[in-house]
Design a protein around this ligand. Sequence first.
Ligand code: NAD
Length: 268
Amino acid sequence: MKIEIYANDNEKSLKVKRELETKFAERHFVMDAEHPDIVITIGGDGTLLSAFHQYEDQLDSVRFVGIHTGHLGFYTDWRTDELDDLIISLESDNGQAITYPLLDISVRYRDKNKPERYLALNEATLKRIGMTMAADVYIGGELFERFRGDGLCVSTPTGSTAYNKSLGGAVIHPSLDALQLTEIGSLNNLVYRTISSPLIIAPNDWITIFPNETSDYFMTIDQENIYGRDVEQIMFKISKKKIRFAKYRHNAFWKRVQSAFIGDVHEI
Ligand code: NAD
């Protein structure tokens, strides 16, 4: 099994990285940054997001493991005092994985003939800088609404606890293959009308956004920002690809949501 350790540059993460490298060397683990089987991230959810994009062309062969150096994250299950347990799990690894849906984004720019494809683990957003964004929103090829507001966000189930949640979207269990569309600052009055609710789209459906003609768009794909390109249309689907995490122990999704957002609860 080939391993890569992918740490952010904070001091604690780098210290844990060195510790893990020593332990791996003692046990003759094979390190391979080019074609790893397991990518161990050290840091937070943001570190896992960057590692995902670094290896997004190798998702069929790579599985991820997240160690958090701050608070428990959504993609980072392991604590820094559990390195020896993690090594035991790696030594008895039999390829076990848990998979989560990804977002397939296809953007047609006015200056290009072919659409450009992107993959998101959390979400993609389209916003307009300075002025109201107007866009036609299609679901499954049918015009659904003409949106006016700051922007739109389409998220995956694991991304539902990130930006989507701040926009009032629902938290979706990641065993469901679904997309969620949420509005960012929609305008609703006698002239302009949007649904004003998050929409959860079925696995075989797709969302297409046709923004009005201008180039001052701001697009985000997880942590990546794309500015000032003249977007003609964006299509969102559930990707055929999935992210795979090495599943060495059971981490209940709702327990994680509860500890991240609610904390201790006492029965009445
Ligand atoms: P960051 O450092 O600003 O992190 C944002 C926070 O989002 C961190 O606390 C991180 O732990 C958390 N986070 C990331 N993915 C999560 C997930 N799936 N579920 C719950 N929390 C999650 O930014 P970054 O590290 O570059 O991360 C980029 C992400 O930040 C984007 O994908 C987006 O989801 C999120 N974001 C949120 C808002 C908002 O809530 N208003 C705005 C912009 C970006």
